[in-house]
Design a protein around this ligand. Structure first.
Ligand SMILES: Cc1cc2nc3c(=O)[nH]c(=O)nc-3n(C[C@H](O)[C@H](O)[C@H](O)COP(=O)(O)OP(=O)(O)OC[C@H]3O[C@@H](n4cnc5c(N)ncnc54)[C@H](O)[C@@H]3O)c2cc1C
Length: 564
């Protein structure tokens, strides 16, 4: 009999396992469906400072998961459904933090004021800042915004080590009037900066590496069971009493005083739905007996909508010997759209777009709406079978303000791209997105290696040949000239190409007791049942202006603290 069974050893689950097992009286079991990342023996693709290989490595993913990103019309049954796309969600110890882009930021103070205003009492900026600080060990900066003793090191690539491409983007930003911010995680203001990342000595530090280190694994009261897929939550009445799991393919039951779901914003709501906790209509439709009617389960799923402007990078401006990090600088700016807060837009500057030879030649300005208003996404069950992935509809751009800002954002990036510093180091800009074609060529295998090596030699050849290759083999749908000339083409491109940036969240929101859409209380306890919490990206009351890993780690630290 365990005190705590944690389902999912991702970003949140790793923190929970570490903190709850710090008390020797607690007997803790952590179940993770994916493989272990043993300390000192992590797969090299995961350790790598360059994250592009882990992103697309099927060993570390839920490979059957497909989602729609465009708006699904539920009023018009004749309208065809938007295309299904792959959406990487981690299946490995450390979860998203083992495969993500390692960007480490927290969002705006106003985000957490909004969390509180939406019913998460005690989650205001002043309440969450101490937990952000508790997570991190900032290797560059000290002061009121920074932690020095946390388990996740944070660093930046200094300006002098940036690629010439990143430096050119810096100069373009300066010419456009943006300030240089040495510290992205200091005061939340507009400007360009070296991005903060969770990395030390040119190696990723995942939540597993930071929180499930050798010392933690020595604790007699902590069991980490990898290759363990939880199939079902077990209940006696409305009390959750344990889980049924497949451990290396063999079925086993584990009993616990409390179960903590940390499966991420897509799989945690699916577990609740299969257990009969969710919107009554949907449960009935699936033939699942209702244990607790909770209208918000799986609803209002969010991500940050994004588009990219890519370009060919000339030799000498590509990756250099200082680092394998391909995202070295970022830009935060205010769209100025009436009613939107400052710093509502974010640009990640990628000097390289994939591990292979063509990837080394293509840079991207990845622009996302950091303060998004589109919150009509949902996770529903396709089947009661736990092996079936749920139906996931992101409905990005369901709020017109997001579409408008991606369009104006594209124009802004185009202006920077066409300014003298960037023009000098790049050629042939084109609108881009992480399409399934890009993903396919992004899988590490010999065929892709050989094909891209040949293509890269041709791309470095005469400009006319390069332009022909980009127009015919890389660009999908719209050329740069088309979208710059014609607003309708730009809108069509943005509507088609906008995808999320893997910040799935908000599908089991925290909220006040009287909020019918709230799924959990301010400590992650599922409303109306006992012995069950959700602690992961699902519980955000709204997605903050940040990459989501640090807000997840902060949330887990805060709830673990409240549980002591
Ligand atoms: C490709 C990619 C790039 C990203 N880039 C960034 C970035 O640069 N910066 C940033 O801040 N954020 C980034 N993110 C987002 C960030 O990593 C996630 O928001 C965060 O990791 C989510 O944490 P979580 O605990 O909610 O879920 P996860 O970390 O996804 O953990 C869920 C875990 O539960 C396990 N699980 C699920 N179902 C079961 C089951 N039935 N039984 C047992 N285990 C199960 C999964 O295998 C997984 O390990 C990225 C994410 C991805 C996928």
């Amino acid at each position: 009999m365990y005190d705590f069974i944690i389902v999912g050893g991702g970003s949140a689950g790793s923190v929970m396992a570490h903190r709850l097992s710090a008390r020797s009286a607690n007997k803790v079991l952590l179940c993770e469906a994916g493989q272990d990342t043993p300390p000192g023996n992590e797969p090299p693709e995961i350790r790598d400072s360059y994250s592009g290989q882990a992103y697309f490595d099927p060993r570390f993913h839920w490979t059957e998961l497909k989602v729609t990103t465009q708006i699904v019309s539920h009023n018009n049954p004749d309208e065809s459904r938007p295309p299904l796309r792959k959406y990487e969600q981690a299946r490995v110890l450390g979860g998203g933090s083992s495969i993500n882009g390692q960007m480490a930021n927290r969002g705006a103070p106003t985000d957490y004021a909004e969390w509180e205003a939406r019913g998460a009492a005690g989650w205001n900026w002043k309440d969450v800042l101490p937990y952000f600080k508790k997570v991190e060990r900032d290797l560059d900066f000290d002061g009121p915004y920074h932690g020095k003793d946390g388990r996740i090191p944070i660093r930046r690539i200094p300006h002098e080590h940036w690629t010439r491409h990143s430096q050119a983007m810096g100069e373009a930003c300066k010419l456009a009037g943006f300030a240089f911010l040495p510290d992205q995680n200091g005061e939340f203001v507009d400007g360009y900066f070296p991005v903060t990342h969770s990395n030390q000595d040119e190696q990723r530090v995942s939540a597993a590496r930071g929180y499930l280190d050798r010392e933690t694994r020595k604790r007699a009261n902590l069991t980490i069971s990898t290759n363990t897929v939880v199939k079902e939550l077990l209940f006696e009445g409305t009390q959750c009493v344990g889980v049924k799991a497949l451990v290396d393919g063999r079925e086993q039951e584990f009993r616990g005083r409390e179960v903590i779901l940390s499966c991420g914003a897509i799989h945690s709501p699916a577990h609740l739905l299969r257990a009969g906790i969710g919107p009554v209509g949907h449960l009935k439709e699936m033939g699942i007996p209702v244990l607790m009617g909770l209208a918000g389960v799986g609803q209002r799923l969010m991500d940050h909508p994004s588009i990219a402007l890519s370009s060919f990078v000339r030799r000498g401006a590509r990756m250099n010997a200082h680092t394998r990090r391909h995202i070295q600088m970022g830009l935060r700016y205010s769209s100025g759209l009436p009613g939107t807060p400052a710093g509502d837009m974010f640009v990640a500057v990628l000097t390289k777009s994939a591990w292979h030879s063509v990837g080394e030649q293509i840079a991207s300005l990845l622009t996302f709406v950091n303060k998004t208003y589109s919150e009509t996404g949902q996770v529903k069950l396709a089947s009661r079978d736990p092996r079936a992935e749920p139906i996931v509809e992101f409905n990005l751009l369901s709020d017109r303000r997001d579409l408008d800002r991606l369009m104006s954002g594209f124009r802004k990036m185009a202006a920077l791209q066409m300014s003298a510093p960037l023009k000098a180091v790049t050629d042939k800009p084109f609108p881009a997105s992480y399409s399934d074609r890009v993903r396919k060529i992004g899988v590490v295998n010999t065929k892709n290696k050989v094909l891209t090596a040949i293509a890269a030699v041709l791309m470095d050849g005469p400009a006319a040949l390069r332009h022909y290759m980009i127009d015919n083999f890389i660009v999908e749908g719209f050329t740069f000239e088309q979208v710059m000339r014609d607003d309708e083409a730009l809108e069509a491109f943005v509507r088609k190409a906008a995808i999320g940036v893997w910040h799935a969240s908000c599908s089991c929101r925290m909220g006040a007791a009287d909020d019918p859409m709230a799924v959990v209380d301010t400590q992650g306890r599922v409303k109306g049942v006992q012995g069950l919490r959700v602690v992961d990206a699902s519980i955000f009351p709204v997605v903050p202006c940040a990459n989501t890993n640090f807000p997840v780690l902060m949330s887990a630290e805060k709830i673990a603290d409240a549980m002591q």
